[in-house]
Design a protein around this ligand. Structure first.
Ligand SMILES: NC(=O)c1ccc[n+]([C@@H]2O[C@H](COP(=O)([O-])OP(=O)(O)OC[C@H]3O[C@@H](n4cnc5c(N)ncnc54)[C@H](OP(=O)(O)O)[C@@H]3O)[C@@H](O)[C@H]2O)c1
Length: 267
């Protein structure tokens, strides 16, 4: 099986590194074509992927064809991709934000197509990726999508109508989480701890807390209750967060991202 990547930028490099590091495939199973050839050559030197000299060569030799160029670039080159695909029917995976399955089918032809949204944490193999696939995808092809994106973290199939919501809780929320980690560390600095140490402690604690939510089968509120001893110290902090509208602020931030997304995509 050969996996071809059109565009070898930030996200494609992260996915490719994950696929190889996790033993999903070897470097020589992966083909890349990038507008700036030097970038693809650099990736090839790092992990042994094969560099193609044209989009056509890439498509002709790929069983799985991953579109990893920017959405505006896809608008410009969709018709040439359609021409290069011809009668070939590789599994097409697009990670271009905002490009729907209908758009992809209308512009690339009636093929097996999956749409995936990875997030920035792919760089450390911890992306939460959402995917959906059209009616032409077989269960085996959906499994390929699941396996590729599991190699860079976790993958979850979601109905396409939830992609906007997914974009906020998985795509944008890493920014919220980074800011929360920094705020914790900033408070620790204010109390006298060095910043680097405070950041490491705050980040590891958020990581562990997320693991607890995923693995303990306890509701996050029950977990918070476990930390709050009656009349103790933690409940003081939790009440202060309530008083200052922490939860409501997060919900409002979520709404703001979704609202902007709807405005941009004209929904
Ligand atoms: N970054 C994220 O956090 C994130 C999250 C979810 C989804 N995505 C999606 O992932 C896709 C890639 O994003 P990115 O952040 O990886 O962007 P990026 O780093 O800019 O990578 C895009 C690559 O596409 C190449 N390219 C442009 N036109 C091309 C063409 N005609 N043929 C071949 N290659 C071409 C660019 O080459 P040059 O070297 O010439 O610039 C660049 O290396 C986007 O559609 C984005 O919506 C990104």
């Amino acid at each position: 099986m050969k996996y071809g990547f059109l565009g070898s930028g930030n996200m494609a490099s992260a996915i490719i590194n994950g696929m190889i590091k996790n033993g999903f495939c070897k470097g020589y199973d992966i083909l890349v074509f990038n507008r700036t050839a030097e970038k693809a050559e650099k990736l090839s030197k790092q992990c042994g992927v094969k560099v193609c000299s044209s989009q056509k060569e890439l498509i002709e030799n790929s069983d799985v064809f991953v579109i990893s160029v920017k959405p505006n670039v896809l608008d410009e080159i969709a018709s040439s991709i359609k021409t290069d695909l011809g009668d070939r029917k590789p599994l097409i995976i697009s990670i271009a934000v905002g490009k729907t399955l209908d758009f992809l089918k209308d512009n690339l032809g009636n093929k097996a197509i999956a749409r995936v949204m990875p997030n920035i944490n792919a760089k450390v193999l911890a992306s939460e990726s959402g995917y959906c696939a059209n009616e032409n995808c077989t269960p085996e092809q959906k499994k390929i999508v699941y396996d590729i994106f599991s190699a860079i973290g976790s993958a979850i199939e979601i109905p396409e109508k939830f992609f906007g919501i997914f974009g906020v809780i998985a795509g944008s929320s890493p920014a919220f989480a980074y800011i929360y980690v920094n705020a914790l560390a900033k408070a620790a600095v204010k109390a006298g701890m060095p910043k680097a140490q405070a950041l490491e402690i705050a980040a590891n604690t958020v990581l562990g807390s997320a693991k607890m939510v995923l693995e303990s089968n306890e509701h996050p509120c029950s977990l918070a209750d476990m930390v709050c001893s009656p009349g103790g110290t933690t409940i003081e902090g939790v009440c202060t967060l309530d008083e200052l509208g922490f939860e409501n602020t997060v919900i409002k931030a979520f709404d703001a991202v979704l609202e902007k997304d709807k405005k941009i995509s004209g929904k």
